[in-house]
Ligand binder design. Sequence first.
Ligand SMILES: *Cc1c(COP(=O)(O)O)cnc(C)c1O
Length: 965
Amino acid sequence: MTRTSLTQLEARDSFIPRHIGPSTAEQAAMLATLGYPSRAALIDAIVPANIRKKSKLELGQFFDPLPEQAALGKLKALAAKNKVMKSMIGQGYFNSHTPGVILRNIFENPAWYTAYTPYQPEISQGRLEAILNFQQMITDLTGMGIANSSMLDEGTAAAEAMTLIQRVGKSASNVFYVADDVLPQTLEVVQTRAQPIGVEVRTIAAADIGGLSEPCFGVLIQYPGVNGDVRDYRAAVEKLHAAGAMVIAAADLLALTLLAPPGDWGCDVVVGNSQRFGVPLGFGGPHAGYLATRDEFKRSMAGRLVGVTIDAQGNKAYRLALQTREQHIRREKATSNICTAQVLLAVMASMYAVYHGPEGLQRIARRVHRFTAILAAKLGQLGYDVVNKTYFDTLTVKSARAAELHAIATEHGVNLRKVDAGHVGISLDETTTREDIALLWTIFAQGVSSSPASPDFDAIEASAQDAYPAALARTSTYLTHPTFNRYHAEHEMLRYLRGLADKDLALDRTMIPLGSCTMKLNATSEMIPVTWPEFSNIHPFAPDAQTVGYREMIGQLEDMLCALTGYAAVSLQPNAGSQGEYAGLLVIKAYHESRGEGHRNICLIPSSAHGTNPASANMVGMKVVVTACDDSGNVDLADLRAKAEQHSANLACVMVTYPSTHGVFEEGIQELCEIIHSHGGQVYIDGANMNALVGVAAPGSFGGDVSHLNLHKTFCIPHGGGGPGVGPIGVGAHLARFLPNQRSTGYTRDEAGIGAVSAAPYGSASILPISWMYIAMMGGEGLTAATETAILAANYIARRLAPHYPVLYTGHDGLVAHECILDLRPITDATGISNEDVAKRLMDFGFHAPTMSFPVPGTLMIEPTESESKAEMDRFIDAMIAIHAEIVKVERGEYDRMDNPLKGAPHTAEVVTADVWEHKYSREAAAFPVASLRKQKYWPPVGRADNVYGDRNLFCGCAPISDYE
Ligand SMILES: *Cc1c(COP(=O)(O)O)cnc(C)c1O
């Protein structure tokens, strides 16, 4: 008997076969179906030779894959280099207690975090209800008519609000005022967004806004201000309205439980961040930003909106409303490019409100406020001058010894806000205790002559007064809906969360074959570090000395991504792919300007592009010129060449996706890059399809100048039901110095760099360990194998389904890249069965639908990824073949054209078990089209959602209380 060597025994612990679904034997069977002897031979036939990577990935210390435990150990050592301090920095980010029931059952629960954006409403009712709760919570707390779900952070929410009021307002002015006590990081994002669209941002002292007489289209105020002041803007808002301007308030949700909300005093838009509702600091993100506005502006609002509609049986159902406003339809006319949002974090924040209820939230707010009042009194006794006389939770203390105070605080494990050389800021929060106040007393008493002995807590507390203007005390009610008042016992909450999750299909139940979205495994070991305190309890503006581990991990991830993409430098600041596009285009603009060619403003975009591409180009002030695709779906190089020539003098860039959104490796990509470069343009390669490239080809090597990646697609960050995401950009060496800064927070990468595109320097830093873990555990060999297997899997599905559904576009030898488009249009013409009918019917089989009608209307786009086993793919293929057999029955007249299992799909348990069954097909055909469903069956909670009804009768809040009676 041969003895297995120790090395072989150790190799068995590899993560690679955990991540890659099909075993070696299964891959051999798949290859046999395709007629290729090996994976390598298949890749040779698919990927054009001229772009192939010649050498192995240069991953340095990360080339060899690490077993799960070893990778966790290595990351833990990095995490240990962070220093968790008690943050009292505030400035938009606060400590909070994530309720355990939310931490474990949402944040750490794959039923929630592996779900996709709820485009298919019937299998998303749970998360749709949760985000509807978020909208209701924001609407109530801000006192506005309507709120979306959600924005990427407070900074971008403010920027979107600025463009919203410019669109809907009547002012002809291009001037936008920002109060000088708006969060500095917000101001910087607003300035970045304003510049390319010709908006002039001016700052103004908050106290002077009432006297503003210069014309402007809008004003942004902070409530309470960054220094803590609670200002009464009621008269100012009236005056501004009279002068034709609109007012945006950036407001703190916890403060709004005590303070009159901006909606009650006339504001037009309210924005902010819901982080302090139970979401960890995470060194800056992810957190859900919010945007609320007047009901009359609902059709002009950016971002996603959940609305109520009815299903085929007339029952209530939730769905995403007003999809027509999405970038896919408006394209270069779109005013916002937001796509992936912050759904998981919005769900957490809304559940925090559900769990605490209005009284619980108000108790937390009152406690924070009382502690602040006690602290103010104590500081007064020590002889300090608290500059702000009104406050909610933040004090600004005048002291010539500011630097010394910071040093003393640091010694005691506390971070205070560095206001300036003569002032120190202190922000309290939900986690503040009596001990913390005593600690602050100790810190501030040091060096004070004749410091009195620590006074009696209760004596001060008895005399501590509310410190906001009495006229601004909240009188309106909020969170009165039953949802916010019935789940305060943990059992009730646990079951509410479980009940919602059970309504949905996520990756924990089925493959989600969404083309372009790369719904691959989100491994548990990748997720575990996210909630380590060394990563989650770090304030984004904590001193550098406390964030060494974070920055080292980020530096390593940047290096990894450079190696994988062939670019020279990477910025992890953008909070989603859309934001990466925006940042990348600004970098291109800055490059042209640096060469005295700032006039270059033409952006060529093929007609097959994702909607975010033209929307982003519009937002940076570029002019979109659409180029054609040929009959086989490729970019029409002749047309591209002609348009590049025509616009040669003004050509800024091209934006192409590679491999194409049609799922094909276009042979002409290098030539395309050369054409653009020869006319002085830059090449932006949308990296959403990077899962077909890693280890095989690198955009930075075959001609790209900039790409964004979607870490929530290729690099395993879960979709979270529609966010969070991370959309880093990689750039060539000539563009590296233009990458984004966040100067207001002290993050200056290079003076030549563009302004901030996110509020925090490293965007959604706390989820970066997910991608770090993935790359570390896969190593060079595993990552390349993943890409090759993803391509193999897509081709296997395409080949197996081709006899039943035509595959629309293929490349060499009838092969596709990592996804394939099934053309349902001939079937629709012949039988009336649409791609939507097939998508809905898949739900009866327990599957999530493929991508519908993108990039080609009337089609389905399937991307299995490398993580699905052959067994799961075969289950899907069997379902699709069974559905095809049903279509054939329709075609032959064996099924009625209108009343058949496809048109009736999805079928709820209620429909199937009703005493009355009047359909022209059997109940059994409806519910159990294949035998395996008898053992395990997902029941959609609602029938087919009525899209038109929901948009005509737009309603975006919780059901009125009368519905519950
Ligand atoms: C997903 C995607 C985007 C947008 O990315 P988000 O993270 O959703 O903003 C852009 N382009 C393509 C091709 C995509 O598939």
